[in-house]
Design a protein around this ligand. Sequence first.
Ligand code: DOR
Length: 421
Amino acid sequence: MTTLAINNVRPYGEDTTNILIRDGVIAEMGDSRFDAADTIDADGHVLLPGLVDMHVHLREPGREDTETIATGSDAAAKGGFTAVFTMANTQPVIDQPFLAEAVWEKGQAYGKCDVYPVGSITQGLEGKQLTEIGLLARNHVRMFSDDGRCVNDPQLMRRAIEYAKAHDVVLAQHAEDHRMTEGASAHEGANAARLGLRGWPRVAEESIVARDLIMTRDYGGRYHICHASTEGTVALLRWAKEQGIEATAEVTPHHLLLTDAKLETYDGLFRVNPPLREDRDTIALRDALLDGTIDVIATDHAPHGSEDKCVEFEHAKPGMLGLETSLSIVAQVFVESGLADWRFVARVMSERPAEILGLSDQGRPIAVGEPANLTLVDPDAGWTAHGADMASKANNTPYENMNFNACVSATILRGRPTFQR
Ligand code: DOR
């Protein structure tokens, strides 16, 4: 029998209590401190259900020079995550059951975070032929996405929606009309025009979202929008939810915090897909998350080596690290500003993603009898982000030298600490 006590802790930032975990399950909670084989004195820190990230890139197989399942799991644990979903745009693409199985098994063997493989919608991300959705669904795949690429072909998308519905899996779209974004590296707006960068218009995202929502209305299934980035996407999603269309969406911390004003630096660290947009988008995305139109925060953690980032802006690969900074950003934007409380953070970073993906052991209430997948947060730690300090193998953080208050102080997976500060 293994036991862990977490004493002097505030679930959801509320009343102080003490918690005893036995064999991976919350066994007792109460006013007096518990003795156990391992003890964490939480010093009044906030306790949340373990964070769940629907969207990361751990780059294995193929680009282990930038991240591996092991280093990505370290970064996830340090960021407070107990489960992550790693995208299919690896080399080779996760389009075969044996590859999905290998990702899952490696994550389990390393043991710091549950790493779920995302299967691709089309073979080789080529947008031509569907993968064996049913077979992949029997090999740990709960979500399918060609993320990095959009499924542009409407007939193929229709079939994907129908197959996904039959197998009760989530179909996550990277909404980008590639014909409208050829050669683009930045949001199409005044800043890109002034800086001489070719623009990626909002409509390239919104036109795909509109089409897909209408398809979901008519063909059903569980459609999910990856990294929603525009005010118009929010309006479309709001309309869809009012119609009872079963669509969900995620927003990234960088689209909640940063805008295309950062392009001024021409620093490749700020290149991302979809691009950083304008204040009005950031405001609409925050409001949508607060009122539940957008369901979850997902990091789109995208490690890249310096050879791909420390180059001219237009040649930089799109993507930013996210796992180790997301909780701090969300705390700053929503909790410290007074816009929301820690219950909200638990909802958008743990409960909703676990619900959407059907994880029965994640995003659960902090209560006796529930699995002990937990994240401890010091709301007043005070720290400065540095790429060089990240557990991730890459260091392409767009938050270099930024100061944050809240910080993950421990992560617990099935009753075992996977990270402690
Ligand atoms: O910025 C991005 N990077 N967006 C994506 O959709 C893919 C990702 C990557 O794989 O680097």
